[in-house]
Design a protein around this ligand. Structure first.
Ligand code: SF4
Length: 329
């Protein structure tokens, strides 16, 4: 499985289910500059960095595995109106298939909840792998259990990469330093694959942590929290963008949040619209400040580092200034 895009949402589920079917599951290594460069060279120019990274991971896996799983997420929820993910998530397997000359077979895992339930997509995948019917329920429930464990770690505040590392590399039980109490708290809103990939986000979390800031990721919010926020927001057909909008709205109202960083990917169509809605429609409940940050395939971290440090300094200064202004009778 390439460590990109939906990997950061569903890897535990898919890994456990495929292992329950007798497969050995190999994830590509965490993104590095070589993988990013390979993906950028292989992919057309005008797509987002998240998709370019997918190409780099596919290239890394191509000679090592018997099949590659690139999920095709068409719709992930059933509502009164039509819902979709982003066009690139829908087309990801085709983009990969037609961009590489020699690839192992791509496993088709199409999720279109508006037409068929999630479990049906799993049954189709398992049938393609020749898994006997009697094995399927057990494999499926192992996937669900594993996913619940992962979601629990995300809800506790761990970023996707740290939650995965804790599950599969046994990395400690203590909370990561970015969750420690600090004088300033910043929430970062963005797709799990932007929050989870340290090469793509240029170690934003590290720079904020180094600047003495407590950092919360939007991945810590549960589906229930996000759904509860929805009635106050514009209706959106893009499910994942609706989540981000709800997350930004929730975090901009939290008393313990001083600033919100809204992370987007250069070339992302849906996010270009949502960013406008976030900027124009959402009103902070208190003194929260919003900063947008656009990520691309440039590898230098200095731009992100400088902005993270300046943002932390500005929030700290502002907080002190407002606190002393409020003390004045
Ligand atoms: S939602 Fe945006 S960042 Fe994500 S795959 Fe689509 S275009 Fe890329």
């Amino acid at each position: 499985m390439p460590r990109a895009l939906m990997f950061y949402r569903y890897y535990p589920f898919l890994k456990a289910m495929l292992e329950g079917c007798g497969c050995e599951v190999l994830a590509s290594p965490p993104t590095n500059l070589e993988i990013l460069g390979e993906g950028t060279n292989r992919c057309v120019d005008d797509v987002c960095v998240a998709v370019k990274v997918l190409f780099g991971h596919v290239s890394r896996l191509a000679r090592e595995v018997d099949a590659i799983l690139v999920p095709r997420l068409v719709s992930v929820e059933k509502r009164k109106y039509d819902t979709f993910t982003c066009p690139k998530l829908i087309a990801a397997p085709d983009m990969v298939r037609y961009s590489f000359r020699h690839l192992p077979p791509l496993l088709d895992f199409t999720v279109d909840v508006a037409r068929a339930p999630w479990w049906w997509s799993c049954v189709r995948l398992m049938r393609r792998l020749g898994v006997p019917l009697r094995v399927m329920p057990h494999a499926y429930s192992s996937g669900i259990r594993e996913q619940e464990g992962y979601d629990g770690l995300l809800r506790a505040g761990l970023l996707p990469a740290d939650a995965l590392s804790r599950m599969y590399n046994g990395n400690g039980t203590s909370l990561p330093p970015y969750l420690a109490e600090r004088d300033v708290t910043v929430a970062v809103v963005g797709h799990p694959y932007l929050l989870g990939d340290h090469i793509v986000n240029k170690r934003l979390f590290h720079w904020l942590d180094a600047a003495g800031v407590r950092v919360l990721g939007s991945t810590m919010l549960s589906e229930r929290d996000l759904d509860a926020e929805e009635p106050s927001l514009p209706t959106l057909s893009w499910s994942y963008e609706r989540e981000l909008l709800a997350a930004a709205s929730i975090l901009m109202k939290r008393d313990d949040v001083d600033g919100v960083v809204y992370l987007t990917s250069f070339g992302c169509g849906p996010d270009s619209l949502i960013t406008e809605i976030v900027r124009r429609e959402l009103r902070p409940a208190g003194d929260q400040v919003l900063m947008e940050m656009v990520l691309d395939e440039h590898s230098a971290e200095s731009g992100v580092r400088t902005r993270a440090e300046a943002f932390a300094d500005m929030l700290r200064h502002r907080k002190k200034a407002y606190a002393s202004a409020r003390r004045v009778p």
